[in-house]
Ligand binder design. Structure first.
Ligand code: NAD
Length: 261
């Protein structure tokens, strides 16, 4: 239990990777503030279930990551309710696919707000708490698309490259403050975000989901299997450990060899 005295805010943790990270941090004894959309009754079940499963305090902040003032409020609420804000995991994200000339302006704005600007607003609000304690961990969930591009994903690729860049700036600014900032760059993880892409492709191609899934992996990943939210959670826990105290400003790939090509 390496994180027993720590409190973490994990954005977008009602589903997928964020939930995997929140569970992994709670499993190491951290108090956790959940965030994300969903049915209120389901979220409350998730919150209370995690609290009793791991024996830690678990809260929920219903902030919309597209709203800077709500992000700052979620950070303050974590510190107020859980006693501190030691770990910030900027994970909330959305996807939209279309060619540049067809990409709706409104979707561009939404992806940039949630996948890019929210990371800035979260770090801006959290860093003073971390500096005061002389300890902190910022874990930004970027993507393989923070390092290389794919067609049809202009806003997502721009946002994720921006997250990797922003993480490096934070790492340099915070280098001697006890606070590290790193970016995790997953390849394919089978979450609702990817499930939607799979179903869209299957519908567009008139094919069965299984074949479309095999093709999706084969296109990008030498290792033709998904990473799991638990595996991303374990990497986040490692980045929060003392062993990782001098890892900062790094984009860390967990992508089945995607970036090795
Ligand atoms: P997901 O759709 O399963 O989960 C996204 C979470 O973000 C949900 O909890 C959702 O409620 C929340 N969210 C969405 N918009 C929000 C908003 N405006 N305010 C607050 N919360 C909001 O997706 P996921 O696959 O788990 O993705 C999590 C992160 O991982 C994203 O940043 C995504 O870009 C990144 N990522 C995913 C993959 C993958 O293959 N799944 C790969 C690389 C990177």
């Amino acid at each position: 239990m390496s994180l027993q005295s720590k409190a973490a805010l994990v954005t977008g943790s009602t589903s997928g990777i964020g939930l995997g990270i929140a569970r992994a941090l709670a499993g190491e004894g951290a108090a956790v503030m959940l965030n994300g959309f969903g049915d209120p009754a389901q979220i409350e079940k998730l919150r209370s279930g995690m609290a009793s499963e791991f024996g830690v305090r678990v809260g929920y902040a219903a902030a919309d990551m597209a709203q800077p003032s709500e992000i700052a409020a979620a950070v303050r609420r974590t510190a107020d309710e859980l006693g501190s804000l030691d770990i910030l995991v900027n994970n909330a994200g959305i996807q939209f696919t279309a060619a540049i000339e067809d990409f709706p302006d409104e979707r561009w704005d939404a992806v940039i707000a949630i996948n890019l600007s929210a990371v800035f607003h979260g770090m801006k609000a959290a860093i003073p708490f971390m500096k005061r304690k002389g300890w902190g961990r910022i874990v930004n969930i970027a993507s393989a698309h923070g390092l290389v591009a794919s067609p049809q994903k202009v806003a997502y690729v721009a946002a994720k490259h921006g997250v990797v860049g922003m993480t490096k700036v934070a790492a340099i600014e915070l280098a001697n403050s006890g606070v590290t900032a790193n970016a995790i760059c997953p390849g394919w993880v089978r979450t609702p975000l990817v499930e939607k892409q799979l179903h869209d492709r299957a519908a567009a191609q008139g094919r069965a989901l299984e074949g479309v899934t095999e093709d999706l992996l084969a296109e990008k990943q030498p290792m033709r299997q998904f990473s799991t939210p638990d595996q991303i959670g374990a990497l986040a826990v490692f980045l929060c450990s003392d062993a990782a105290a001098t890892i900062t400003g790094a984009p860390l790939s967990i992508d089945g060899g995607w970036l090795a090509q």
